[in-house]
Design a protein around this ligand. Structure first.
Ligand SMILES: [Zn+2]
Length: 321
């Protein structure tokens, strides 16, 4: 019988979102304190990243527990997202379930590098970091008026243990080549990582080489945004959607993506490219539908879904999905 990876949810702090910036037809005064969810994926088979035990991957690191470690511009932005709850953070949540973040985690994949997803990378000194193409360039240089470099920490990720997935487009920050003397340890050789079609997903990458964990290109929210699709059973996938949307009612099409003034006479949304973000959501809907037609369930979980968190308490580490 095949064995599948196990996925556990982890608390990675909480932030507060004003509804009007996220969903259409919002109550202009309503604010919701929502989780910044992280996930632990335990793969049962030994692999190059963990020859002696399960391979332990983390998807997203949530909020930093030390707010002063953010840049001054980030702290000014964070002041508009209060209350922010920093405890437990991702490392605490791992410890609470019996894992030591400093030794037990082999790989960290970040959906993207907004402040509420980068967490505290220094807590994972033995992990290889894997991020979407252009992420390191974005952290160092920013990307235009709405994404100035002051909103990022240039040394957020360990340069000698970080690998970017292959580039798919050339209209944003540029992909950084992995240095020749990298200390990153990958489950398969980097040269064997290839984007391929997986059902409705135009670009998916078989992270471990056995079809159990897929990185899914999910553009629109921020440069380098990726999702993770994990096969947790014969008839079950778990889809970790990061910030594809910030409210599950957008995925279900009960609400739309909010637009608001960009400060220069135009309109923006919380996404770099609203149209592309909409297409990414449509891809997720299509994938769920086509899998359902084959009798396979796809559970989609967005990073800031507070309703999911309340309803799924027992599926947090050391529990699992
Ligand atoms: Zn984000």
């Amino acid at each position: 019988m095949a064995t599948y990876p196990k996925v556990s949810a982890l608390d990675g702090g909480h932030i507060t979102l004003p509804e009007r910036l996220f969903i259409t037809d919002a109550d202009p005064t309503k604010r919701a304190t929502v989780p910044s969810l992280c996930f632990l994926i335990q793969h049962p088979s030994p692999s190059p990243i963990s020859p002696d035990r399960t391979a332990n991957l983390i998807f997203d690191l949530g909020v930093k527990r030390n707010i002063t470690a953010y840049t001054p511009a980030q702290q000014a932005h964070i002041a508009q997202r209060q209350p922010v709850i920093v405890s437990p953070d991702c490392a605490d949540s791992l410890r609470n379930g019996g894992f030591d973040p400093s030794t037990d985690i082999d790989m960290v994949i970040l959906s993207h590098v907004h402040w509420d997803h980068v967490g505290t990378p220094g807590d994972f000194p033995n992990a290889t970091f894997a991020v979407g193409a252009g992420t390191l360039d974005l952290l160092a240089n920013g990307a235009g008026y709405l994404y100035p470099k002051e909103l990022f920490n240039h040394d957020e990720l360990p340069a000698d243990r970080t690998v970017e997935f292959p580039a798919l487009r050339d209209d944003g920050p540029r992909r950084t080549e992995t240095p020749g003397d990298t200390r990153a340890v990958l489950p398969v050789e980097e040269g064997n990582w290839e984007w391929e079609k997986l059902g409705a997903f135009l670009n998916a990458l078989d992270l471990l080489g056995d079809g159990s964990v897929w990185v899914v290109d999910s553009p629109g929210h921020l440069y380098g945004h990726v999702n993770l699709l994990v096969r947790t059973g014969d008839k079950k996938w778990v889809y970790l959607g990061g910030d594809c949307c910030h409210d599950p009612r957008i995925l279900s099409q009960e609400k739309g993506i909010a637009l608001y003034e960009d400060g220069r006479g135009g309109l923006r949304s919380v996404h770099v490219d609203t149209e592309t973000a909409s297409c990414t959501l449509e891809g997720i809907r299509k994938f769920v539908k086509e899998q359902e037609e084959q009798g396979v369930e796809v559970e989609v979980i967005m990073a800031h879904d507070g309703v999911w968190r309340v309803r799924n308490k027992e599926r947090f580490w050391p529990g699992c999905l």
